[in-house]
Design a protein around this ligand. Sequence first.
Ligand code: ATP
Ligand code: MG
Length: 339
Amino acid sequence: MLILGIETSCDETAAAVVEDGRRILSDTVASQVALHARYGGVVPEVASRQHLLQIVPVVQGALSEAEVAMDDLDAVAVTYGPGLAGALMVGVNAGKAIAFARGLPFVGVHHLEGHTYAAWLEFDDPAADPGFPLIVLIASGAHTDLILMRGHGDYELLGRTRDDASGEAFDKAARLLGLGFPGGPAVQRAAEGAAAPFRLPRAWLKGSLDFSFSGLKTALLRKAQEMGVHPAPEGGADGEAVAELAAAFQESVVDVISAKAAEAVRLHGARGLVLGGGVSANGPLRQACRERAPVPVLIPAPRLCTDNGAMIAAAGYHRRVRGAAHGLDLDVAPSLALA
Ligand SMILES: Nc1ncnc2c1ncn2[C@@H]1O[C@H](COP(=O)(O)OP(=O)(O)OP(=O)(O)O)[C@@H](O)[C@H]1O
Ligand SMILES: [Mg+2]
């Protein structure tokens, strides 16, 4: 089954052709990172306009790279929420137009279901499939969710962030430390090889699988002020101090997320742990989850952790094999819930 997946929920215009939910024939991503970097974050109106400019060449690029014609497709899958309304609209309408013109089934996909199914991509060894139930940890720019996945398409939300998402926290920490945007990769790079002689706090929220990162953000600000890193002094902040602050921040986030993911696995007798979302590209987080979880840990390749069309095609495939399809009256759902 050949599925065209389209993703435009935030600042990546992406399209991909995936076979049977696993084999990536093409995966085209036009990132707007450089465009938004000067504002220190994503500007919704700028994002929608850029999606409009990019959507046709990106879809055409994905089809031609896969050497697939529209008539070879078996379905079109598109992210319809959650995300920025104007941004979602571009992808959803492009997908509807293709489905209508070619008489193809149209499948709306939840963005987080896409991040989840990234772990199934390029997963070629069915014998290594741990089976259900699984715990899914989505750590991204707008979410930090722990989800119990009982089967394909069957989700229960176990915990979520009560304030900032982990990716958002990385982005804010990077801004504070003068490391630029997007913050996650910059903080990871700055922290490499550094060991902080101090600890930043962890919000354990005992008895709950929820997360909170806003206290950590404030603690980082105070420590950065104390160490003379923020506001940045003339001539720039001391590199070693920045590295220590980045390392202490990352350590705190990684510690809490990996501990709670492992706890969720134990509490629910899960057979595996799946990671998804941009923050799961983080090296120390990947390592900590593998060390702490008492079960196999499935993590997509780093480039498949952030937004892409392949994950949407993969999620669409698992819906399509169960016969799911949406009408062409499907609207975007900026606050769509997974469960
Ligand atoms: N190596 C890394 N370490 C930590 N964070 C990272 C890393 N790479 C990317 N990130 C973070 O991942 C986030 C982007 O992830 P993603 O594209 O999945 O989020 P989003 O699509 O904006 O949000 P959502 O998926 O919740 O709608 C950014 O906040 C970025 O800083
Ligand atoms: Mg995302």
